[in-house]
Design a protein around this ligand. Sequence first.
Ligand code: ZN
Length: 241
Amino acid sequence: MDAAEIISCQFCGRYVFPFPGWGTYLQPYRFMRAVWEPEHRFFCGSLHFQCLREFEHRQAFRQEFGEIALTWGGEFSVEVHGEVHRMQRAGMGFINKIFHGERCVIHRNAHSDTWLVLEHDGPWYDLDAAQLEAIAEGRPLRSGDWAYKTVVPAECDRMALHASLPELLDQAGVLDLYEEALRTGDVEYEVFDYYPPKRILEYSVENVLPIPQEAYDFLREYARTYEPIDFDKLEENEEYL
Ligand SMILES: [Zn+2]
């Protein structure tokens, strides 16, 4: 994959600016298959969540992603040049379902205090204990302050270091895909550095995550009552397994 492929949406082909809750990158090591295609090639790379929600095979995508996210993993088969091979893949371990709503499910991880909100239409959000605490207090669910790197499109080269986020997205021709994020996300955006030879932009972005309201409402109650994992107990028990 060259840079242009890495930063292009697997559905619409346009630039994906990595932005919590709105655009993401699916790692090749997940071994996700494009089960909606006859060849079942591996599916990885950047995607806009909005494009995923509009994708005609989003149910198949959701099913396959669920096989990875909501399990410990397992065996699967791939066909290469007419031969079927059995392979192993690791799951993410969000195996305990705690909520099933009209728009999403919520699963708890078996080995850490983390949760996954997975929309029936495909998009997903990882949450940690601090984020649940915010929800319990009725505060907005924010993404957390993470640093990111992206290769900006060539047309953004001269302005990437000093542009505001709306200016950057506009110049990249994808402002329409992030308009709602900018309007509702209470976005904090900071540029750290820009490396012109490779057009690498280093930045942080922090914003409100657009989880479904039903998930927020459920978690608001749940977050007050759940039992954190007792890691000492886990280890003790494992000695007797
Ligand atoms: Zn797209």
